[in-house]
Structures are given as structure tokens and as C-alpha cells.
Design a binder for this molecule. Structure first.
Ligand code: SF4
Length: 350
């Protein structure tokens, strides 16, 4: 048997350009639902390697200033980060593992909540498609913890990270788990900064809990319908493009109590759809600005809202407190008064 250790996998993966690598043993997924369990993909799995690449702070500079949107989707989201910058070194790492005689399943982090219920293909097996909860896998691999706002937090970059994974039958030494509450101190900066009031305040007591070994991680039960509306282009408070294409339109995302699925159904056609060219709007799109960001970003998923509270407010606060290892010569991230656009009925524009 050719020996492969966690240290060897990490050293190789980091050399390929990944920023952080952690290892979970398969037992840490004991409480996971079957359709989110790595062993439903690879029944003989022994380890899950979770990798991270940072989102540049500069990916948000244009949105924070209210001047420039495309690079967030293109470089920092689905355009290249999720679709190229992480998968390339991830794939190299999977090849490295298979060179030692162990099978390696490179895992693309799809969203479990969008998978429709289905019947198993083989009797006794789990229905397709199985998707891990990648951020919970990240906790199981000792890379960080879930912040109050459900973003994944690391010591080095705070919430500015994206994750992928490799499931393997190699038995690798797991990393120690991060202590719950050691990275997120429930400051509520994310709650204040969220334009659609999607993140509950800690006083509401709306939480989700997960236990991994003896540790219980708990975070806010985010109203995902509102979050999706704001992030994916259904919230006039954060999209100048809606105002350009739909002058006079009133919609307060922070007052909607719809599901995530419903929000997607609203945002996608709005943002990616085309329409006949008219005298009033010759663009050929429903909302031209959103459609262009989608196209430039590789025509996959896209971000309009730019995570104002859960990412930007959060890492701004953590950096100020010296709670993130990566520091910047230019000081605080938020340098000017923040902006929100009118949605006519919003009471939360601060
Ligand atoms: S802003 Fe960040 S550190 Fe503060 S409560 Fe929200 S997730 Fe936690």
C-alpha cells in the first residue's frame, strides 16, 4: 500500500494555489441526512477533504462604492472562482490522491435546497442528486465555523471564502474542530447591514443547530427568500439596474415572506430573461444590467446584492477588531457612507 497522509495532501493542495485545506473523517457526518451525506456518493468513503480559496476583498470594492458590479460575479463568484480557480487545483489534488491508489471524488458544491425530491434509482440506495452541505463539511474538516448569518467563517479570511471538497476512501488524519463561537461573536453587524432583513436578530431566537462530535454549532435561521431576492437581483434597494429598467417600480424585499424557491423563480427570469425590443426599452432584456452581469460572468449564477451585511459588514467589523489574520495597509474596508437605493416603502434603509 502506498502511504498517503493528510500532510502530503495539504502540502500538494496548497502548492496548487488553494488557500486552506482541512480533513474530516467520515464519522463526523453521522448526523447528516442521507441525501447530504458523502457516503451516499461514495459508500466506502473514509475522509472528506474540504478546500478553500479566498474571495478577494477587492472583488467587492466596486459594489461597496456603488460604481462597478461585474468583477464580483466574474472573479469572486460563479464566473471564475467557483468554476475555475478552485476546481483546477481541486482536480489536481484529486489526481494526486489517485496516484497513490485511492479513489477521489471531486465535489462541486451545488445547492442541496434546489434538488427536487426524487425516487432512488437502485433499491436501497439514496435518491439522486446527493449534495453535501458544503459549509457544514467545512466545519467537520476543522476549517472554521458558521457565522450567525450562515456564512462560513475562517480565522484567516473571515467570511471571504468559497469551498469545494474531495471525498475519498483514503484514511487521513482529521483536523481538530474549531471551537463553536470562537470566530463569530454574534456582534449583529450582519443583521444591521442586510438590506432585506433576511438575517434574524439573535433576540428573535431563530436558530439552526448542528452537532459534530461533542461540539454544537448554532447560527441564525436566515430567511432565505429575502436573502435570495436581495442577492440575485430582486431587490431595488441594492440594484441600480432595476431602477434603470423599471423606473417607478416599488418592491420592498424586506417585507416578503416567500420561500427561497419562490425568490429564485422571481429573480432568474427578471435577471436572465430577454424581451422584445421596444421603443421604450431597446435593450432586448428584461433588466439589461443584470443580464449583462450574468453573461459576462459565464452565464451561470450571478450576484447583484453583493452580500452587503453577511460578508461586507461582517469582515469590515472583524478586521476592525483584529479578529481576521489577513490585514490591509489601507485600513478599514468601508471608507465612505454606505448607500442603499429607495424602494419606496422600506423602513430599514440604514
Ligand atoms: S457580522 Fe459576522 S461576526 Fe458579527 S454576528 Fe454576523 S456573522 Fe457573526
Amino acid at each position: 500500500m502506498r502511504t498517503l497522509t493528510s500532510a502530503m495532501v495539504k502540502e500538494f493542495a496548497l502548492r496548487q494555489g488553494l488557500d486552506l485545506v482541512g480533513v474530516a473523517n467520515i464519522e463526523r457526518f453521522d448526523g447528516a441526512p442521507e441525501r447530504m451525506h458523502p457516503a451516499s456518493i461514495m459508500p466506502h468513503a473514509k475522509s472528506v477533504i474540504v478546500v478553500i480559496r479566498r474571495i478577494l476583498r477587492g472583488n467587492w470594492r466596486g459594489i461597496e462604492e456603488g460604481t462597478y458590479w461585474p468583477n464580483y460575479t466574474y472573479f469572486g463568484y460563479h464566473g471564475l472562482l467557483n468554476s475555475f480557480f478552485i476546481p483546477m487545483p481541486l482536480y489536481e489534488t484529486a489526481c494526486f490522491i489517485e496516484d497513490f491508489g485511492w479513489e477521489a471524488v471531486p465535489y462541486y458544491p451545488g445547492a442541496p435546497e434546489v434538488m427536487p425530491p426524487d425516487e432512488p434509482i437502485r433499491p436501497g440506495a439514496v435518491a439522486p442528486d446527493v449534495h453535501l452541505a458544503i459549509r457544514i463539511a467545512g466545519m467537520a474538516a476543522g476549517l472554521g465555523e458558521m457565522g450567525w448569518s450562515k456564512v462560513f467563517m475562517t480565522k484567516k479570511f473571515g467570511p471571504r471564502v468559497r469551498l469545494h471538497a474531495i471525498i475519498t476512501d483514503a484514511e487521513l488524519q482529521p483536523d481538530p474542530l474549531v471551537e463553536p463561537g470562537s470566530l463569530c461573536n454574534r456582534c449583529m453587524a450582519c443583521v444591521k447591514g442586510c438590506p432585506s432583513s433576511a438575517i434574524p436578530h439573535v433576540k428573535e431566537g431563530r436558530t439552526v443547530k448542528v452537532q459534530i462530535e461533542d461540539k454544537i454549532y448554532e447560527w441564525g435561521d436566515v430567511r432565505m427568500g429575502r436573502c435570495t431576492l436581495s442577492y440575485h437581483g430582486g431587490d431595488p434597494a441594492v440594484s441600480p439596474f432595476i431602477h434603470k429598467s423599471f423606473p417607478g417600480y416599488e418592491f420592498d424585499a424586506s417585507r416578503q415572506n416567500i420561500t427561497e424557491d419562490m425568490a429564485y423563480k422571481m429573480c432568474w427570469p427578471f435577471s436572465k430573461g430577454s424581451w422584445r425590443r421596444t421603443e421604450e426599452d431597446n435593450s432586448g432584456y428584461i433588466i439589461e444590467g443584470h443580464a449583462k452581469i450574468c453573461e459576462w460572468g459565464g452565464d451561470t449564477s450571478y450576484g447583484i446584492g453583493g452580500s452587503r451585511g453577511c460578508m461586507r459588514s461582517c469582515f469590515h467589523y472583524l478586521e476592525k477588531q483584529g479578529r481576521i489574520e489577513q490585514t490591509y495597509e489601507n485600513g478599514e474596508f468601508i471608507k465612505r457612507p454606505r448607500w442603499l437605493l429607495p424602494n419606496r416603502t422600506a423602513e430599514n434603509n440604514q
